[in-house]
Write a protein that binds this ligand. Structure first.
Ligand code: ADP
Length: 472
């Protein structure tokens, strides 16, 4: 409203000024180019007219100049007044042309600034010592303060920004690279803590001196909460899947534990017999007790592995030797492998590097792949029953391959295997491979399948090898 009133006042002022110049130009016989004053009219017009409006004002002024000349000097056209008139026309023309050009540029800039101000991103401009210079509508919406309440205040202190990297380190990187991107925890006006994804750009002046920081901020609090919920459900699902696997392997596990338990009983009875003789044979009794102790250790080792698999909770990342994971998994599945008369071949590269991961989760992936392989083999009649496991290293990756001589995979399904609930088995759940994928991807790796119907399948995954243990 205020703007339109001042614009009307300005236009009115322009009309009055133009009229005054016209009257002076027509009625007085000053020996000077009075019409040159129209240049002022054109320049003032820039404040309230568009670029085309400015040109129009220029033409009007030129028209008034000509009219004043014809009225006052119509009887003697070729006099010094003509030169003054031409001089004025040239001045008005050049001014109008330059003014309309600069008006076009400034309109374009204004438009861009308006668009920038309307963006949903919170755009904040600060000086190098974090004093706020500009605060757009997006920042008002996100943080709750109006621009005039924050201009001049220290941004870092106002928003109580927290980052894993110190402000000094951030500024150093900004000075070095010209930009910085990261996550901050900040406070809104009502005290809510929000997670912000921020991108900073450094503005330097013509001399190359750092002058301001432009920060573009997005609230990713909800996305982070959703990610955490997803992560929790993945951990939960992986745990349920492990429990299901243990349930399916119960027969094999019972056998694994039963064997050493039977041996313990046999050895304990033997020891009792050796000790119960009229002359106890202590050496034989000691031997039997030692064998019983060894069997007890074997049984507790099996129980330890099962307990590991049924463990609930967040993944525990540590240095993991993939070869050990493969060997332990094979021991756990030994009975299952024997039951289906599958021959296992292992090939390990020399001096394999460790990876960074959760041993139990990686074991879970291998159990899934090996059991799927065994099931595929049992579905294919009259063929060799081979399962090849290999671990090699290539391009900084540890690559694990599980190749079976089973029914193979329809090429159309190669990528769908990893989708949740995709199954071709009558009693399948179709979540094993999707869990494998989320585990491997959470470890920074990739999992894929290969094979054709009737030609067996190859399920592989790769994990980055551990160069340096990540710091806490
Ligand atoms: P489920 O075993 O419950 O079906 P998975 O996610 O473990 O669930 O496997 C999904 C599907 O992938 C299986 O139903 C099967 O069609 C296919 N698949 C997985 N491994 C193999 C394999 N080694 N050979 C052939 N098909 C396989």
């Amino acid at each position: 409203m205020m703007r339109s009133i001042s614009s009307v006042a300005l236009r009115l002022g322009l009309c009055v000024t133009s009229l005054a110049i016209f009257i002076v130009d027509t009625l007085t016989s000053l020996n000077m180019a009075v019409a040159v004053l129209y240049v002022l009219v054109v320049m003032i017009a820039m404040g309230s007219f568009s670029a085309y409006g400015v040109v129009l004002v220029g033409f009007t002024c030129a028209g008034l100049t000509l009219a004043a000349f014809l009225i006052s000097h119509g009887d003697e056209l070729f006099s010094s007044a003509l030169a003054r008139c031409l001089f004025s026309l040239v001045a008005i023309g050049i001014t109008a042309w330059l003014a309309s050009k600069s008006k076009k540029t400034s309109d374009r800039l204004q438009e861009q600034l308006r668009l920038l101000a309307q963006t949903h991103d919170a755009i904040i401009v600060c000086t190098m010592d974090s004093s706020i210079r500009s605060w757009n509508v997006g920042a008002e919406t996100l943080y709750g303060w109006k621009a005039d309440e924050v201009i001049g205040r220290n941004c870092w202190e106002l928003l109580q920004s927290q980052s894993v990297v110190s402000l000094d380190d951030i500024k150093n990187e900004l000075l070095l690279k010209g930009s910085w991107e990261g996550e901050l925890i900040e406070s809104t006006r009502d005290g809510k803590r929000v997670t912000i994804l921020t991108r900073w750009s450094l503005y330097r002046d013509r001399q190359g001196r750092p002058r301001a920081i432009l920060a573009s901020n997005n609230d990713i609090t909800d996305a982070r909460i959703a990610e955490e919920a997803l992560h929790r459900s993945q951990v939960e699902l992986a745990h349920i899947s492990r429990i299901t696997t243990v349930g399916e392997l119960m027969a094999s596990i019972a056998h694994e534990i039963n064997q050493p338990l039977t041996a313990i009983t046999t050895n304990a009875e033997a020891a009792r017999r050796w000790l119960g003789r009229s002359v106890p044979d202590l050496d034989e009794a000691r031997g039997a007790i030692e064998r019983a102790a060894g069997d007890a250790r074997r049984a507790s080792e099996v129980i330890r592995r099962i307990r590991g698999l049924t463990r609930k909770g967040e993944p525990r990342y540590e240095r993991v030797d993939i070869e050990t994971v493969v060997s332990e998994t094979l021991t756990l599945l030994e009975r299952e492998i024997q039951r289906h008369q599958v021959k296992v071949f292992c090939r390990f590269g020399v001096q394999l590097s460790p990876v960074w991961g959760d041993q139990i989760q990686l074991q879970q992936v291998l159990i899934n792949l090996i059991i799927n392989g065994i099931q595929a083999i049992t579905l294919r009649e009259n063929s060799s029953r081979d399962l090849h496991l290999s671990v090699i290293e290539s391009n900084g990756q540890s690559i694990v391959e599980v190749r079976d001589s089973g029914v193979g995979i329809d090429t159309q399904n190669l990528t769908r295997l990893f989708e949740a609930f995709f199954t071709t088995k009558e009693h399948g759940m179709g979540i094993g491979l999707s869990i494998c994928r989320s585990i491997i991807e959470a470890h920074g790796g990739r999992i894929w399948a290969d094979g054709r119907v009737g030609e067996g399948a190859v399920l592989s995954f790769c994990l980055p090898i551990l160069v340096q243990e990540p710091s806490e």
